[in-house]
Write a protein that binds this ligand. Structure first.
Ligand code: CU
Ligand code: ZN
Length: 196
């Protein structure tokens, strides 16, 4: 090896050594930035104030409507639902596991959304599925309008309903039959999204 070649290879090794060190340094910076970014995303999640669902009819149904979920000052959630073209009477009303209404029968939304308690029951009972919201009651014109406040649901954290599904059923939820309340077919389906 000539002296020149030796010097060049020495210089290259030195450069490689330095740039490796730099690469590692900038990698550290990047993961730090990433962590910051994630923290920001999480704090944004925690600040979600309201969510909206547009309910679309499943196959053979004409039921449609919308549901809003609004965070109150005390952290509880105000639910406001308006659903049209229902058969008069009671209709099971739940948050389901998946925000997926792609199947014509709405079954792609999965079962009732739950975290700690895998037990179907009433809205008032906190030891039941998070998604158990009881019934909507449609009048003679097939219109159901209901407003209630619950501490069961959340727009952030473990019980967050963001991105999950809402289902309105053909029949009444008896709040006892496992695991669905026996509410029958799914007549409307929607996905819970973040709203202003
Ligand atoms: Cu349901
Ligand atoms: Zn349930």
């Amino acid at each position: 090896m000539s002296k020149f070649k030796f010097l060049v290879s020495l210089a290259t090794s030195a450069l490689l050594f330095i740039s490796c060190g730099e690469a590692e340094h900038s990698h550290d910076d990047m993961s730090h930035e990433k962590a910051n970014e994630q923290a920001q995303i999480h704090s944004k999640e925690a600040n979600i104030e309201s969510a909206l669902v547009i309910l679309y009819p499943t196959e053979g149904s004409e039921a449609n409507g919308q549901v809003t979920f609004t965070k109150m000052e005390d952290g509880r959630i105000k639910v406001n639902a308006e659903v049209y073209n229902l058969a008069p009477g009671k209709h099971g009303f739940h948050v389901h596991e998946f925000g997926d209404c792609s199947s014509p029968d709405g079954k792609s939304a999965g079962g009732h959304f739950f975290t700690d308690h895998d037990n179907h029951g009433a809205l008032e009972d906190n030891m039941t599925h998070v998604g158990d919201l009881g019934n909507l009651e449609a009048n003679a014109e097939g219109i159901a309008k209901v407003t209630f406040i619950t501490d069961k649901l959340s727009l952030s954290g473990m019980n967050s309903i963001i991105g999950r599904g809402v289902i309105v059923h053909d029949g009444e939820d008896d709040t006892k039959t496992q695991p669905t309340g026996g509410a029958g077919a799914r007549v409307a389906c929607g996905v819970i999204g973040i709203s202003k």
